[in-house]
Structures are given as structure tokens and as C-alpha cells.
Design a protein around this ligand. Structure first.
Ligand code: AKG
Ligand code: FE2
Length: 221
């Protein structure tokens, strides 16, 4: 592929406002949004190929910096943080930046930054029920998960289960099919990844507010 058609694929992935408005409405009404085919098929398949072919993954841990530890009872995926050093990851970060601006204008969320990592769940891997953020302890406001797996069937497992707050055992199950984007309020929705029967690839990310003060600079993650 020559570089101008490549640019077209990545730049032509600008997200439509109607899609952003749908996400804003979902967040207002129920606190989460599930969008099939959110990104263009071209950008989705480029991200998918990048995750499967290019990335060196590291075992995932729990907690930040000095509190970081691995715990294979809680999660057994492996991850790679996204820096935006390739055209395809820059296109991803641009898309998320547009969404951040839209949600800030529309919902006054004051989102300040976005961090994200590729994740690989080898067969049998899982991430037990957890919250991405605890009230007052984290600056993660919105969680996002974007799936990169084509042809994902019922037998492949690996669903994301989102538990609805205040509704005993009521939950929503999401198939990790390529193109699906999930967004939810980080402090409100416990969720888990059920064991997958085949390799499962995704991008998990978080929109954050800035809690820096004169005494303490907010760490990047
Ligand atoms: O991959 C998923 O479906 C969710 C991952 C997740 O919950 C996380 O990384 O915090
Ligand atoms: Fe999570």
C-alpha cells in the first residue's frame, strides 16, 4: 500500500458526530454505551493486525507504580501501553481525543487525558470481577474497551460481563467482536472478563481528570 492510501485509511476514520452523540445520550441515560462497528473497518483491522503481529506484551499487574503487583488470581492477561508511535496508534489516539472533546463539550466532564493499552488474553485467561476506579482514589472517570477479534462465536467465551449497579445480579454480556466499543463510568460498574477459549485481543483505556495540585503532580498512570 502506498503512503497516501494509507493516510486515507487512517485519516478517513474520523468519527461521525451522530455516533458521539449516541454515546453521550447512553452515558446520561444509563451510564454505559455499547457500540458495534464504532471505528471504520479499515482502522479496526489495522489495529487488530498491529496487536497480533507487532506487539511485545508484558504480564498485566494491578495498581500503579510502587503499588504495582502481578496477581494471577485476579487477572491473567498481558498488556502493552499505547504511546502513539505508529500511524495506526496515532489514528486510534486521535479518534479518542475527538471523543474526549465531544464529551467534554456535551457533558462538561472535564476529561483531561486518555491512557490505553493493548491487551492479549491467551486461551483460558480471565480478569475477575473488579472496578476500574474507586471513589476519591482514582482519576479514572470513563473506561473504554475496544475489541479486535473477527468472527468471535458463542463457543469462544471471553465475554465482558458488566454488572449493573443497584440491581442484584443483573448484568450485560458483551461479545468481544472486532469493532465493538464499550464505554462506562469507571466508578459505577463492576465488570469481569470470562475465560476465553482462543486468543482474545482488545484495547482497554481510561479517560481521566487531572488531580494535580501544587504539592503533587498527578502520575501519568
Ligand atoms: O477486555 C475487557 O473486556 C475488559 C478489560 C478490563 O476490564 C480492564 O482491563 O480493566
Ligand atoms: Fe476493567
Amino acid at each position: 500500500m502506498n503512503s497516501s492510501s494509507e493516510d486515507q485509511i487512517l485519516n478517513g476514520s474520523a468519527a461521525p458526530e451522530t455516533l458521539f452523540e449516541g454515546i453521550a445520550q447512553d452515558l446520561i441515560q444509563r451510564g454505559y454505551s455499547i457500540i458495534p462497528n464504532a471505528l471504520s473497518p479499515a482502522l479496526t483491522s489495522r489495529l487488530s493486525a498491529y496487536a497480533m503481529e507487532t506487539i511485545d506484551f508484558d504480564p498485566a499487574g494491578i495498581g500503579r507504580a510502587s503499588q504495582f503487583h502481578q496477581n494471577e488470581f485476579v487477572r491473567t492477561d498481558e498488556i502493552c501501553w499505547i504511546q502513539g508511535t505508529a500511524a495506526v496508534t496515532t489514528a486510534w489516539l486521535n479518534w479518542m481525543d475527538c471523543l474526549k472533546s465531544y464529551l467534554n463539550q456535551r457533558l462538561f466532564l472535564g476529561l483531561f487525558s486518555y491512557e490505553s493499552h493493548f491487551a492479549h488474553y491467551p486461551p483460558g485467561s480471565f480478569y475477575k470481577r473488579h472496578l476500574d476506579a474507586f471513589s476519591g482514589e482514582s482519576n479514572r472517570v470513563l473506561s473504554t474497551v475496544f475489541y479486535l477479534n473477527s468472527d468471535w462465536g458463542k463457543d469462544d467465551g471471553g465475554e465482558l460481563v458488566i454488572y449493573l449497579p443497584n440491581e442484584q445480579d443483573d448484568c450485560v454480556s458483551v461479545t468481544p467482536l472486532a469493532g465493538t466499543l464499550v464505554i462506562f463510568l469507571s466508578e459505577e460498574f463492576p465488570h469481569e472478563v470470562l475465560p476465553a477459549n482462543r486468543d482474545r485481543f482488545s484495547i482497554a483505556g481510561w479517560f481521566r481528570v487531572n488531580n494535580s495540585t501544587a504539592q503533587r503532580v498527578d502520575p501519568p498512570r
